[in-house]
Design a protein around this ligand. Structure first.
Ligand code: SF4
Ligand code: SF4
Length: 99
């Protein structure tokens, strides 16, 4: 099991601050292919801490993922296998202010 960030993500970045295993990583700001934050499914310990802090409620456990966001399960995984993956990002520089 893992938790999944969907296309509802607005780059608030709050999830990164609460994840106990640091497995949430942003796509580089302005990167059209990787516009959201992503969860590494191999490292996520399914604690659920990220869910309640996400302003747009963009995060779901994979077994409760609405059908319209099913594709995001694979996209999160691919971010770490084919995309940028882990990198030394500055959270304050990567997050978007929320209105
Ligand atoms: S808290 Fe929600 S909106 Fe903010 S980066 Fe994480 S998933 Fe995206
Ligand atoms: S469920 Fe827990 S371990 Fe997984 S991404 Fe969210 S905060 Fe991190």
């Amino acid at each position: 099991m893992t938790y999944v960030i969907t296309e509802l993500c607005t780059r608030a970045g709050d999830c990164v601050e609460v994840c106990p295993v640091d497995c949430i990583v942003p796509g580089p700001k302005g990167d059209a292919q990787w516009p959201y934050f992503y969860i590494d499914p191999d490292t996520c310990i399914d604690c659920g801490a990220c869910v309640s802090v996400c302003p747009p409620e963009a995060i779901f456990p994979d077994d409760e993922l609405p059908a319209e966001y099913e594709k995001d399960l694979e996209i999160n995984a691919r971010f770490f296998t084919e995309g940028p993956g882990y990198w030394d990002f500055d959270l304050e520089a990567e997050r978007e202010p929320q209105s």
